[in-house]
Design a protein around this ligand. Structure first.
Ligand SMILES: [Zn+2]
Length: 336
């Protein structure tokens, strides 16, 4: 035991040394002038760290936060600046199901400022093989409450907001408006169109994922000039072509893989690190263990939502009948 303790202490000291070096680099970086270093804690706007407002070094990051996120801070391409951007970002996850579970878990763990979760459904026993954020004790209870409780257990320093509604045109603008980035973790067609339209109207990047059977896909819509969902699919497919998990089944880990990748894309968008999947779509095939990335068409000049001459307003959005448009129901019970 003593040896293990000594090893951990040595490891911590080494990490602290690296972090002090990174902090000193940040203070002299032209993108982060010294005058910004004291702009408040990394945890500013959050619920506060578990270790209290202890400060160190240049005083801009509490010691417990430095320790918690030390593996992020050590990444040359991410570092203190990446963590600081994360700690100021607010992300909305629509759907606390198979996709939304890993998305919410990772976003909570990584230290976003505010994590919103929308879902109007309750946890059911047949959700648990894939919706890993929920525990047996929550069967019959609200998915949002279950997911939010788990996220708070993982990271008490972030703000988790519960939206106990199914997202609909009447409430979507008000909810989405509060966040920087939106993650679509649903799988029903009317909701997919609705979230897309809402994000275009409010100019929010949309991390969109889907999983069915043994396959999944994801892309980032309406970000850095990439198309919106309507640019690619101006008209909904025939109802018969729309399969869902409840109709066709899904291997639990498949939405888990796609959800993890959605969380990753959300982090990249939030921090400006790397190249988000804008204008590209990732296709995952579990059976062959293959991942392909295909280029998708650019945004359409004649898109009825994001096109140059679009006349679609927020009023139009609130009146739009997405269920009639897609000929399918807007139901969380059919979520991935
Ligand atoms: Zn469009």
């Amino acid at each position: 035991m003593a040896g293990e303790l000594a090893r951990l202490r040595a490891e911590r000291e080494e990490l602290d040394s690296h972090i002090r070096m990174l902090e000193s680099q940040l203070r002299v970086s032209p993108t982060a002038p010294a005058s910004r270093a004291g702009e408040g804690d990394v945890a500013a706007g959050t619920g506060g760290g578990t270790g209290g407002p202890v400060r160190r070094g240049n005083g801009f990051m509490p010691a417990d936060m430095i320790y918690r996120y030390s593996r992020h801070l050590l990444l040359p391409d991410f570092g203190v600046e990446g963590q600081r951007k994360l700690s100021r970002s607010s992300i909305l996850v629509v759907g606390a199901g198979g996709l939304g579970s890993p998305v919410a878990l990772y976003l909570a763990a990584c230290g976003v400022s505010c994590l919103g979760i929308v879902d109007g459904d309750d946890v059911e026993l047949n959700n648990l093989h894939r919706q890993i954020i929920h525990k047996e004790a929550y069967v019959g209870k609200s998915k949002v409450k279950s997911a939010a409780d788990t996220c708070r257990e993982i990271n008490s320093s972030i703000k988790v907001v519960e939206h106990h509604h199914t997202l609909r045109p009447c409430n979507a603008l008000e909810i989405v408006r509060k966040y920087d980035i939106v993650v679509d973790a649903t799988d029903n067609l009317p909701t997919r169109y609705m979230i897309n339209d809402c994000c275009v109207l409010l100019n929010k990047p949309l991390i969109s994922g889907a999983a069915l059977g043994l396959e999944g896909q994801l892309t980032v819509y309406h970000h850095n000039g990439s198309p919106c969902y309507r640019c690619l699919f101006p008209n909904p497919p025939p109802v018969a072509a729309c399969q869902r998990c409840s109709d066709s089944g899904v291997l639990g880990v498949v939405p888990g893989v796609i959800g993890c990748l959605q969380a990753l894309e959300a982090i990249k968008v939030a921090t400006d690190v790397g190249e988000p999947l804008s204008g590209r779509m990732l296709l995952f095939d579990a059976l062959s263990a293959s991942i392909r990335i295909v280029k998708i068409r650019g945004s359409s000049a004649v898109c009825t939502i994001c096109g140059e001459n679009s006349v679609f307003t927020q009023d139009d959005f609130q009146k739009f009948d997405y269920e009639n448009f897609t000929q399918s129901p807007m139901s969380d019970k059919r979520q991935v």
